[in-house]
Design a protein. Structure first.
Length: 333
């Protein structure tokens, strides 16, 4: 029997929690006898948060997912490495380089040094990510959305002056409290999905859209030229999971991002933003929380099959149950 192939569009901490649950659920449904699964999971990960910092290539979403699935993340903070120290960051600040508000831990720096070394040796980001994952064994194949940089920058107004800053400055330094005028994917016009990403979409049995930020995570992935076309042409059903419950973002500051692009912070508005695949969008099915069940008929009228299920991912078991609901929704399409 051929392995079931599941491809997931994901970004950041929410994507990591969903992928962890999906991995658990697939091991239950398709055990291989060694504690693993005969199913194959491929995650297409946002790289719009990436940047060069202190001479190192930093990939926040790839690393958050890799650490979480590899058992090395800080579960209290929800990001970064467990048992982290920050002596190097203090030294960099003393030298006046880097971003003092964006602290890279000592253990985390090891990852960035290794990645930067791989890249300077001529490896693509896809190849460098695979090398890093050899250590962490995440049980999920992690693919950057593109090997070409497409960094997200933000147009903001500070003290009456317009500035273009990297997304991480808006997100971490300003905590998204300074209204974003627009998001700019620098270099996206030269980016393209990797052959590995296109293969993962084309040959998937199921494509899932994780409950990640719909603007700066999933939206950035979809902004890569050719990505939407690949999804629309996929033979697999595409099921999305709402990152919005009862009019509020599950985590992070997705509401500030949605406001900036003129989309309401509701499960229905995000679904319509993605659009029905039958009408030029990407979704076949959309999962909303039971508290948002009233929007089901509204979205059905927009061509998006919609199901109401519990969406809160409070632990691995609830994340696995949600992943199972998404898999069942794909099968029942």
């Amino acid at each position: 029997m051929n392995a079931v192939k599941v491809t997931v569009l994901a970004g950041g901490v929410g994507g990591a929690k969903f992928l962890k649950g999906l991995r658990t659920e697939l091991r239950r449904r398709f055990p291989n006898g060694d504690g693993g699964s005969t199913a194959e999971i491929t995650a297409v990960v946002n790289t719009g948060d990436d940047m060069w910092l202190t001479g190192l290539r930093v990939c926040p979403d790839l690393d958050s997912i890799m650490y979480a699935l590899g058992g090395g993340n800080d579960e209290v903070r929800g990001w970064g490495r467990a048992d982290e120290t920050e002596r190097v960051a203090a030294e960099l600040t003393a030298y006046g380089i880097g971003w003092p508000w964006f602290t890279l831990g000592d253990l985390d720096l090891g990852t960035h040094i290794a990645r930067s070394s791989f890249l300077r040796d001529g490896l693509t980001l896809t190849e460098a990510t695979a090398r890093l994952c050899e250590r962490w064994n995440p049980g999920v194949r992690l693919l950057p959305m593109s090997d070409q940089p497409a960094e997200t920058h933000v147009d903001i107004l500070v003290d009456g002056k317009r500035r273009i800053v990297h997304f991480e400055e808006w997100w971490v330094k300003y905590r998204a409290t300074v209204p974003a005028q627009r998001f700019i994917q620098v270099g996206v016009d030269k980016a393209k999905p990797t052959p590995q990403v296109l293969h993962a979409i084309e040959h998937a049995d199921v494509v899932l859209v994780a409950p990640s930020n719909p603007v700066v995570s999933i939206g950035t992935i979809l902004g890569v030229p050719g990505m939407r076309e690949a999804l629309r042409g996929a033979r697999a059903p595409i099921v999305g999971v709402s990152p919005i419950i009862s009019g509020a973002a599950v985590r992070g500051m997705a509401d500030a991002c949605l406001t900036a692009i003129g989309v309401e912070t509701t499960a229905a508005a995000v679904a319509k933003h993605y659009g029905a695949r039958s009408r030029g969008g990407i979704l076949d099915t959309w999962l909303v929380d039971t508290s948002d069940a009233a929007v089901v008929p509204v979205l059905e009228g927009s061509g998006i099959r919609t199901l109401a299920v519990p969406l809160w991912m409070s632990d691995t078991d609830t994340s696995a149950t949600l992943a199972g609901d998404a898999l069942d929704a794909a099968r029942a399409r």
